[in-house]
Write a protein of this length. Structure first.
Length: 448
């Protein structure tokens, strides 16, 4: 059943009327993601009413799909035992870790103590130790494993037994007696190989795998490069710890992209349109203050050149041009570098090469723009006017500086393990504005 606005309104009306029987029948036709979308628009108590009508498996799947902030408000209403038995017990470990990680330590311990499956609880505890932005923090432990020494009949029997507890089977991994990853077992080989064959004779050796500490961005690049639907995660000695599926990676990359976009737009924290006024204000204000300080800095610079501007009032007309060009060039250069760092096409080891390439591009752009502006000023003010030369030379200098500076900043931040997306935001724009004004006034003084 497709969830549209009319259907949502119908469901909300049934929720308001507390018509449990009718609502339960309609919810049975919905995908868990659609139920989550519905609950995102409800208050916590209404969401609680909806979840009471769902079976445990559907409820767990829907909870995973809910908006993080809305989900937290809903779970705050529930006792730890209910969260454990109603939801966590019916989730894959990676999803359970995502849910539990959002809570404080005391509630985490309470939930873990109520999980009936001790092995699952142990897996969750182990996964919580990993950084959430690494392969270890994103992987799940549900997968099918076969031993290299098993025969085809034995392998098939074990696979059937393990598969009973799994929703999806992406790959069958081959391990040795010490749980070290050796290969991937192709399902086609199970059908076509003689029953006397051992797994190690038909497996595909040296599978692509990631280390437990590999950053999520690198995991995504590997999955994209090799067209994988899942990738195994190993420790430092090659033991298989879990696997990451493509849907989990895409969700994580989407969230990181949203954070980077907001950071580049001058938001200091993750915000949503339905967040309260105080949260939105606190996210926006820090960068606005930085921008304000940059503007005050530019005004102080201009204040030191009152006499020159009074003698050449036409110079003031080009201040927006200088500032705007500096900001635009800086944003372009930093955005290209940040994108290259994100998708792996740019390595900080090649910093000099990238700076040289950007310098050549800047030189061409600066020359063309400066000549166009000079031609405009030549016809408007004449060949001997100070503005004809100072504006063009200033634009040339500003474009060169902004391009090189905005290329170096994100690469430096990346080297320092700081999110380079900062470089595409107000930080670089404000710096380029201030330096642009200094160059403009300085060059004009020299020519006046």
């Amino acid at each position: 059943m497709e969830l549209n606005e009319e259907y949502i309104d119908k469901l909300k009306a049934l929720i308001d009327q507390k018509d449990a029987d009718h609502l339960k029948n309609l919810l049975a036709d919905l995908h868990p993601a659609d139920i989550a979308e519905l609950c995102n628009d409800l208050d916590p108590e209404e969401a609680r009413f909806v979840y009471r009508l769902l079976d445990n498996e559907t409820a767990a799947d829907a909870l995973v799909e809910m908006d993080e902030d809305v989900r937290k408000e809903y779970l705050d209403l529930l006792p730890s035992e209910t969260i454990a038995k109603r939801f966590v017990d019916n989730m894959d470990t990676d999803d359970a870790v995502d849910i539990i990680r959002e809570m404080d330590e005391d509630k985490q311990e309470e939930i873990l103590s109520h999980i009936e499956d001790i092995e699952q609880a142990g897996d969750i505890v182990d996964l919580l130790k990993y950084d959430e932005d690494t392969a270890g923090g994103l992987m799940g432990t549900e997968m099918v494993l076969v031993n290299e020494n098993w025969s085809m009949p034995e392998c098939l029997r074990e696979m059937r037994q393990q598969a009973e507890d799994l929703d999806e089977i992406y790959y069958v991994y081959v391990v040795d007696d010490d749980e070290r990853l050796l290969g991937v077992f192709p399902l086609k080989k199970m059908i076509t190989s003689p029953s006397v064959s051992k797994v190690k004779h038909v497996m595909e050796k040296d599978p692509i795998a990631v280390h437990v500490d590999t950053p999520i961005e690198e995991v995504a690049q590997i999955i994209e490069k090799y067209d994988l639907v899942a990738v195994p995660v190993v420790d430092s000695i090659g033991r298989l710890l879990g696997q990451i599926t493509v849907d989990d990676v895409m969700d994580e990359i989407r969230e990181q992209s949203e954070r980077d976009y907001q950071l580049a737009s001058g938001l200091s924290q993750d915000v949503e349109t339905d967040d309260n006024v105080m949260r939105q204000t606190s996210a926006r204000l820090p960068w606005l203050i930085i921008g304000m300080l940059g503007g005050l800095g530019s005004s102080m610079i201009l204040g030191n050149f009152d006499d020159m501007i009074a003698a050449h009032p036409e110079m003031a007309l080009f201040i927006p041009l200088i500032a705007g060009t500096a900001g635009n060039v800086g944003t372009q250069s930093s955005a290209i570098v940040v994108q290259g760092l994100a998708n792996g096409s740019l390595d900080t080891k090649n910093a000099f090469k990238q700076v040289m390439k950007e310098s050549v591009v800047a030189l061409i752009n600066a020359t063309i723009i400066s000549l166009l502006v000079y031609a405009y000023n030549f016809f408007r003010y004449g060949a001997t006017a100070t503005v004809s030369y100072s504006v063009s030379l200033s634009l040339f200098a500003v474009i060169m500086f902004a391009s090189i500076f905005s290329t170096l900043v994100p690469m430096t931040l990346n080297k320092l393990k700081v999110d380079p997306a900062i470089a595409t935001g107000p930080f670089v724009t404000t710096t380029n504005d201030v330096i642009g004004m200094m160059l403009y006034m300085g060059i004009t003084v020299l020519l006046a």
